[in-house]
Design a protein around this ligand. Structure first.
Ligand code: SF4
Length: 257
């Protein structure tokens, strides 16, 4: 029987698993995901409310500042998204980061038109950019519930194919995975991925109101993040050993700490 060597696995936290630093240009995010950690923190520290989270307010200090060459990879953005509303500002700052020679991980639940513009603008700087598109399910009902104002599965998939065909480095975040078996999605997306596919679990569902708002989705996600299901997912990851597949620390943390 296959067994997992988890003892040697080094646990890291949050965005540090992917990059050395991160940059955000807005407070709030119009995608308004129900599981959003940034939203939870903004509400806890009274920077936003449940209602105002989806209103994106510019962080003028970060927009106007100059950016030099940073140590390691820069993740952008992490607590808002690149939407038609924020695109122009994001382009200005991306330009500054690229001109300073930074390696950038662009994370997004992608809007096709926005990514097309970025691909066009930085077509000569591909070596500095890697896209990491978040695609958490192939099922639009699930997406609509958990990520109410984010693009559909089809739009995100089309965007992935587009960036891949344009010769950019592409990777995927299936975090939090919303289908019981995330490998269905892995198999569908992998032909268009040049770097990695990451699977991570949903956290903090107890602190949301999902249980009262929609019992079906609540029960479904409880089954999805149940230890038996996570163990199955970890075991299956051995079929992809030494390949593009990565399991996020959120899964190891939950199972082994
Ligand atoms: S896209 Fe990210 S930052 Fe925006 S609401 Fe969803 S989880 Fe939060």
């Amino acid at each position: 029987m296959k067994s997992l060597k988890v003892k040697s696995h080094k646990i890291t936290q949050g965005t540090k698993e992917w990059a050395d630093s991160n940059i955000n240009l807005y407070y709030g995010c119009s995608n308004n995901c129900r599981y959003c950690y940034a939203k939870k923190m903004a509400i806890r520290f009274k920077r936003k409310t449940k209602v105002t989270w989806k209103i994106m307010e510019p962080n003028l200090k970060n927009i106007k500042r100059q950016y030099g060459k940073r140590k390691g990879r820069v993740m952008f953005p992490t607590s808002h998204d690149i939407t038609e509303e924020t695109l122009n500002t994001c382009l200005i700052v991306l330009e500054k980061l690229v001109n300073a020679g930074n390696e950038i991980l662009i994370t997004s639940k992608p809007v096709l038109a926005c990514i097309k513009t970025i691909c066009e603008r930085f077509r000569d700087k591909k070596e500095l950019i890697q896209f990491r598109f978040t695609i958490t399910s192939y099922n639009n009902d699930r997406l609509k519930f958990w990520e109410p104002d984010a693009p559909s599965f089809e739009e995100r998939f089309e965007t992935l194919k587009y960036a891949y065909k344009k010769g950019f480095k592409t990777s995927i975040s299936i975090e939090p995975f919303l289908d019981k078996d995330p490998y269905v999605l892995v198999e569908r997306l992998k032909p268009y991925v040049t770097e990695s596919i990451w699977i991570g679990k949903m956290n903090y569902i107890k602190s949301t109101n999902i249980q009262e708002e929609n019992r079906d989705f609540y029960n479904a996600i409880r089954g999805i993040i149940a230890k038996e299901n996570l163990t199955k997912i970890l075991n299956k990851s051995l079929d992809y050993f030494n390949s593009f597949l990565r399991i996020k620390d959120s899964v190891y943390n939950y199972l082994y700490s």
